[in-house]
Design a protein around this ligand. Sequence first.
Ligand code: SF4
Ligand code: SF4
Length: 539
Amino acid sequence: MADEVPKVEEMAAINHTPPKTGWMDTPAVIRPGMYCYSAKAKPLNILSMPYGRDWDPIEEDWHLPENWMEIVLEGLHERLHKFRSLQLFMDVCVRCGACADKCHFFIGSGDPKNMPVLRAELLRSVYRKEYTLAGKLLGKMVGARKLTETVLKEWWTYFFQCTECRRCSVFCPYGIDTAEITIIGRELLNLLGLNIDWIATPVSNCYRTGNHLGIQPHAFKDMIDFFVDEVEDVTGVRCNPSFNRKGAEILFITPSGDVFADPGTYTAMGYLILFHYLESMGLDITWSTYASEGGNFGFFTSHEMMKRLNAKMYMEAKRLGVKYIIGGECGHMWRVIHQYMDTMNGPADHLEVPKSPITGTVFQNAASTKMIHITEFTADLLRHNKLKFDKTRNDNYNLTFHDSCNPSRGMGLLEEPRYIIKEMCNHFYEMPEGTIREQTFCCGSGSGLNAGEDLELRFRGGMPRANAVKHVHEKHGVNTVACVCAIDRAALPPLMDYWVPGVQVAGVHELVGNALILDGEKERTEDLRFEPLAGMEDE
Ligand code: SF4
Ligand code: SF4
């Protein structure tokens, strides 16, 4: 944990004056609170990744392999040929600056190297030196520079101060996606074993046990059983989820964050209640204790690692013989599925196009991936009036909705969560235009930056999101931010506590679980948090 996070007033006093020296002459400063601990040898070795060793970013010597420069330049060369987008992004930026003030890390830190245009320039300058005549001849005059250890350290600093959220890409007239540049930048760093611990350890856990947290299959089942008990306490009804059941029609996979910590656990209870409700209507669904993770931290490492981790969900679907997969409330899981799955491991021809067993809706949007988001599934149920619910059970919540970057910008999932929330709750207020939907502000902790030691970075990056919440908190008394991403459910609570105390975080299916009326339920007096329902305070 970072020793000290600046006080709110100090954090809010952001200096946007650029340093006196030019950006090439201003080296990166790696300081506590603004960086994540380095990846250790153990997880990297488990994954057979190169140059796994224990090293410390604030020490001068990073123990790089002798031929590190050759490795990086060869890696860049390979990627320029492999990814046409990278080649384009290196050449077409006109430095118009339209993206400059769109990054939450620049807004919250004032550090020019957090402007997307300059973040990309960190790599582009080396590209220019190596690949353009002007760069070779004129060097610094045309923004070209040699790769040095100082440059490499700068890459590590700033490519791990980007949450790969793609907000900047929405504003670029040329469609340059700086997140893609960051992804490649991280790939190059990984060639030298330069990852961060909060990514490398979850990836190796996922590789070994099927989820980021390293939860073993029996423990995963125990955790779900615990939620079954909790649901019974609140509703009087006992759910009966199945695990690894061969021949089930649907496989359900959610991020492990949902089964691990509050408030994600309430969302997991919501899933259980919904599945129980639908059982008698023909829902035939099973959980897997092996493919027990929807998220994919491989995405924050390299394309190759993302592919390795993505494969397990589909292999498990094949092993169990299910028809298709429903995925829980996860963010980057959906970007991986929708943007990469087809060319990476798919198309998933061993599965069928998802068809709701209750409404008969065929989800043609998932014709290739065979995987739908649970909010698509539930919104369709509501649209067909298949659910009986009491929305007053969510009357304690004055809600707003945080569009998680990946489902909103990565797959266009904008309406379904809103539709569910409005059906389930009486009090809903949008944050201001320009901070929601495709233009949503990041939580500041995505892409593996959700560590404890970089809290200052997270609070700086999350400030624009928090400001928009503060606006509706003050104007409408909003006390809850709903979202459909497990990282958000972990990252937003401390962010809210810091910038907007009094605002809590909820998953959308937590609200569904509260409102659904189950056959044989007892009189409900508490919500899934064991808080009294509105009007039941004295019960
Ligand atoms: S908006 Fe696009 S073209 Fe303009 S500076 Fe940013 S990346 Fe370059
Ligand atoms: S992808 Fe997001 S975090 Fe990265 S530079 Fe763009 S806006 Fe900033």
